[in-house]
Structures are given as C-alpha cells and as structure tokens.
Design a protein around this ligand. Structure first.
Ligand code: SF4
Ligand code: SF4
Length: 165
C-alpha cells in the first residue's frame, strides 16, 4: 500500500492549548484538478472533521466580511479573498473548533509547505510539534479516529457525528 501523511489534529490541538501564542506550520497537498481555493490541510480538516456543523452557525453570523459559507452538508468554507483575519469566528465558536492561530498568518509564507515536494514534506514534519505529523503505511481506520482527507493525507481527529443522537 502507498504511504500516506498522517496529521494528528488531536495532538495539534493539545500542542496549541499548551502554547496558544505559537504559529503552527501549514501545509498544502493538492492535485491538479482540486485546487479548492488553496486551503491549508489544517483548515480543510478542521471544517470537515472537527466542526460540529451548527445549524445556525454563529461563526457565519459573526463574520464581518461574509467570508464564511456553509454548504448543503453543513461544511463551512472560508473565502480567503474576503477574510480579514479578525478571528471573531475563532472566538465565538462554542466548541473551540478553530485553533488560536487560525487565519492569522496567511501572509507569512515561511510557514507554508507543499507536501508534494519531498524536501518540503521533511521540513514540515520537522517544523511541526513532535509526533503530530508522520509518514504511515496505515489507511483510514475509524476505530483509531483516522480518516482520509485526500489520496495522500490522513487526519486523526474525533469525528463529530449525529448518527447516535
Ligand atoms: S461555530 Fe464552530 S462548530 Fe459551529 S459551525 Fe462554526 S466552526 Fe463549526
Ligand atoms: S477571521 Fe475571517 S472568516 Fe473569521 S470572522 Fe474574521 S473575517 Fe470572518
């Protein structure tokens, strides 16, 4: 089986909680047909797996720039061209979905890595808090809270589900 990159959102949140002022490194992994507005993997994973998909999403309501939009599945998208990095959505989210550095450093290009590049991948792993990013032979495994984000990237996170409510 081809190897994947595993990003552990549970450990990343713990690292951010220990040091809320840090700026975590960010990464992209895009194939040529799915550019999707060039969102970082952490942003894509947060809205896909961590977000509780609130019916009357307070993050959308509070955004002064109309930068957040919820699709028919309840998944939030941030329009990066509109976002003014005010962090109102981060503050108002009742579930602490977004980490404290979210949308804050999108102008700092030194913190961004393209995971299609082997050297960038190594640098991203080295720059990330210890144990939060790794290369793995495993595949998606819900019993281990591991889910596939794209053909190369796995995310470990506590998936919000309404199935048992
Ligand atoms: S308020 Fe938080 S949990 Fe609710 S939709 Fe927005 S980001 Fe998701
Ligand atoms: S940080 Fe961006 S998306 Fe969030 S409320 Fe401010 S403008 Fe909207």
């Amino acid at each position: 089986m081809a190897q994947s990159i595993l990003i552990d959102m549970i450990k990343l949140r713990a690292a951010m909680s220990d040091n809320p002022d840090q700026l975590l490194p960010e990464a992209f992994y895009y194939n040529s047909v799915n550019l999707n507005g060039l969102k970082t993997l952490r942003e894509l994973a947060t809205f896909r797996f961590t977000c509780r998909r609130c019916e009357d999403a307070p993050c959308v309501a509070v955004c002064p720039a109309d930068a957040l939009e919820k699709d028919e599945e309840g998944i939030i998208t941030r329009h990066t061209n509109l976002c003014v990095s005010c962090k109102s959505c981060v503050t108002i989210c009742p579930f602490g979905t977004m980490m404290t550095d979210f949308f804050k450093h999108h102008r700092n290009r030194d913190l961004f890595y393209d995971l299609k590049d082997e050297n960038d991948l190594k640098r991203f792993i080295a720059a990330s808090p210890e144990g939060t990013v790794m290369i793995t032979d495993q595949d998606e495994s819900p019993e281990k809270n591991i889910y596939r984000l794209n053909e190369k990237v796995l995310i470990r996170d506590y998936l919000y589900t309404t199935e048992n409510l």
